[in-house]
Design a protein around this ligand. Structure first.
Ligand code: FNR
Length: 395
């Protein structure tokens, strides 16, 4: 267990996770596509947005309470869907969902999760759960999954559309970590250098399969067969017709994740989508993709308040979250920080991360002269000339 007195931010949790995880596993989570320009830019853009605080205010009492997708949330944050997590920490999805439920924020389960839709719901009956859908060639799989998520009371369906092509992640290729970790002498040494992970994941828990796919694909029996099925059977296409069809199936909030363009957001809205998650998959897919934060003002100007606009990719600080809120986002999803927190400390690690983020958001709110989330506005930020959308109406 990490010494939480020495864990002051998301980067400290990342370092703690690096001490727990074998290097190829750490790199799989941490890395991005090709030269990692998109990955680095996701962080760099935050330095181009700075605050214009109001100081003549009484901020002695503040609240982070807000609404996400029309329902109350204790803070404007949630945890992003991540597949394969139970490879990295035992019961990582459960740890995340429990920590989110305790903190009063939503958790989004991935199609590629190591726990089933129903088992997660049974473990956290009162949690706000969202479900992320990767679509498969066989519509029976898509329809079956959507129906199960609905029956289990998941409130939102998030279809990811930024992964229609297999990404080129070179850290994974160099580490021999593609379908599974190659058993080279170097990898064996790297794994053995992390005995606690070997005990927790390899020996005690075992590498997880993808239980949400198993009912439709009897060949999915373990981690390797699940990954193979996932790659070979996904439908690497999702267009507006698919979206309209999904709208007919799904009664709850319907979001598309991976959108960056205002014209797409508008069309998604016209096809019945309730919201978008601006995302470049954390810089893991399209190299040199614009950072979602850069595209946020344009998207918000295009769809106004008619759509839920969430965002992720690169958020590590409370100040990052407040910058996105100032530019018009409703809320922020956290990816890697939650994965590292779960690896470093399980549910307690994720709870610590959420606590740190809440504390930083609260502090920023106070410094800006605000006492509530809905008081944060564009006027609170100053953005550099190079920032796209700077001249968009309202800026
Ligand atoms: C992801 N992400 C992701 N997205 C998705 O829609 N379905 C998935 O199964 C996964 N799996 C996944 C695994 C891992 C290890 C990571 C790090 C990410 C992307 C994720 O939802 C989110 O968009 C990014 O992680 C956000 O960027 P940050 O916060 O990691 O910088």
């Amino acid at each position: 267990m990490p010494n939480y007195k020495q864990i002051h931010n998301a980067e400290d949790l990342r370092r703690a996770a690096a001490r727990y995880l074998p290097k190829p596993v750490f790199d799989f989570i941490d890395g991005g596509a090709e030269d990692e320009v998109a990955l680095r830019n996701n962080r760099a853009v935050f330095e181009r947005v700075r605050f214009r605080p109001r100081t003549m205010a009484d901020v002695s009492s503040r609240s982070l309470a807000t609404t996400l997708l029309g329902q109350p949330s204790a803070a404007p944050i949630a945890i992003a869907p991540m597949g394969g997590l139970s490879n990295f920490a035992p019961d990582a999805e459960l740890a995340m969902a429990r920590a989110c439920a305790a903190a009063g924020i939503p958790y989004c389960l991935s199609t590629a999760a190591g726990i089933s839709i129903e088992d997660l719901r049974a473990a956290v009956p009162d949690a706000r759960l969202w479900y992320q859908l990767y679509v498969f060639k066989d519509d029976r799989v898509n329809e079956g999954i959507v129906r199960r998520a609905q029956e289990a009371g998941y409130e939102a369906l998030m279809v990811t559309t930024d992964t229609h092509v297999g990404p080129k992640r070179e850290r994974d290729r160099r580490n021999g970590f593609t379908l599974t970790l190659e058993r080279t002498p170097r990898n064996i040494a790297r794994v053995l250098a992390r005995p606690r992970w070997v005990w927790d994941v390899l020996i005690r828990a075992g590498l997880p399969s993808m239980p949400n796919l198993a009912p439709y694909a009897p060949e999915v029996v373990d981690s390797l067969s699940a990954t193979k099925y996932f790659i070979e059977n996904r439908r690497y296409a999702f267009d507006y017709d698919h979206l309209r069809a999904t709208r007919k199936l799904w009664k709850g909030k319907l979001l598309v994740k991976g959108v960056l363009r205002p014209d797409e957001a508008v069309q998604i809205m016209e096809c019945g989508g309730d919201g978008v998650v601006l995302s470049n998959h954390g810089g893991r897919n399209l190299e040199s993709s614009a950072a979602p934060l850069e595209m946020l003002p344009e998207v918000v100007d295009a769809v106004g308040r008619k759509m839920h606009v969430l965002i992720d990719s690169g958020f590590r600080r409370g100040t990052d979250v407040v910058k996105a809120l100032a530019l018009g986002a409703e809320g922020v999803l956290m990816g890697r920080p939650a994965a590292f927190a779960a690896a470093a400390g399980g549910q307690a690690g994720v709870a610590h991360l959420i606590g740190l983020m809440k504390d930083e958001i609260d502090r920023t709110l106070g410094f800006l002269g605000c006492t509530a989330i809905d008081q944060i506005e564009r006027d609170h930020v100053l953005i550099d000339h190079a920032f796209p959308g700077r001249n968009a109406p309202g800026l």
